[in-house]
Design a protein around this ligand. Structure first.
Ligand SMILES: [Zn+2]
Length: 245
């Protein structure tokens, strides 16, 4: 099989960025003291970010949900893979028991999360006819398939940390950071083995000042602008992708 190389190997196609506003529908996400719902502010930020991306001649954004409805976590990843997204960005707002907790953070998939995810991908018969990282797993024995999937996921994590670092740097210019480095976890939405994926906690909705900021158009726009700059930094550091379109 033909391995799917970097996304830049598909000339003429715009860079496609999947934006994933967290929660939605019956799942409001975290709720601030003033009643601000995470699902609403992250959708607004995602729409603002989509506008910035779509204004670029060589970039397009795709939303895993564009309105207030529920989308299961695995479906969010499936949607991004179906459109062959080059990047997956999940947008959230944090919450903690102590109202003093504040600041933005950016997450990438942890190795443990990747390993358990790889095991599950391999175990799932539904993936038989599927291409993971351009490799048809059905054509190989289980041992080879596992090695190929591990390689693909390892590359995904490296790229995710790279883009996450750029985004964190840009967000640090407009908001306090909760953590100065990329954090790692086994979040389900980060588990596409072949799409660099990050999750952004834009701010703490449980912090009264940050809740207030999240409600304002100006701050939502600042967050969208910072994430957009981080995305641009990431792609411009990769000549094959920057040249595209
Ligand atoms: Zn959330």
């Amino acid at each position: 099989p033909q391995p799917r190389a970097s996304p830049g190997a598909r000339p003429g196609r715009p860079i496609l960025i999947a934006l994933d506003p967290g929660h939605g529908g019956e799942d409001p996400g975290a709720i601030g003291k003033r009643g601000t719902r995470e699902k609403d502010v992250v959708l607004q930020i995602a729409h603002r970010l989509k506008k910035l991306i779509d204004a670029q001649p060589n970039m397009r954004a795709y939303l895993t949900r564009d309105r207030d409805y529920f989308v299961p976590l695995n479906v969010r990843v499936q949607k991004a893979r179906r459109v062959q997204a080059d990047l997956f960005i999940s947008i959230h707002a944090d919450a903690w028991i102590k109202p003093s907790a504040r600041g933005s953070s950016v997450w990438a998939l942890s190795q443990n999360g990747a390993t358990s995810s790889a095991a599950r991908w391999l175990a799932k018969k539904e993936n038989d006819a599927d291409l993971i990282g351009g490799v048809n797993l059905g054509a190989h024995n289980a041992q080879v398939a596992k090695v190929l999937l591990d390689l693909s996921t390892g590359a995904q994590i490296n790229d995710s940390i790279r883009v996450g670092t750029q985004v964190l740097g840009e967000i640090g210019k407009i908001n306090q950071l909760h953590k100065n480095r990329i954090e790692r976890a086994g979040f389900a939405v980060l588990k596409a083995p072949d799409i660099p994926s990050i999750l952004i906690e834009t701010a703490f909705i449980s912090n009264p000042q940050e809740e207030q900021l999240l409600r304002t158009a100006a701050h939502q726009q600042r967050i969208a602008g910072a994430v957009f700059s981080g995305i641009q930094d990431y792609f411009s550091a990769q000549p094959a992708l920057a040249r595209r379109g």
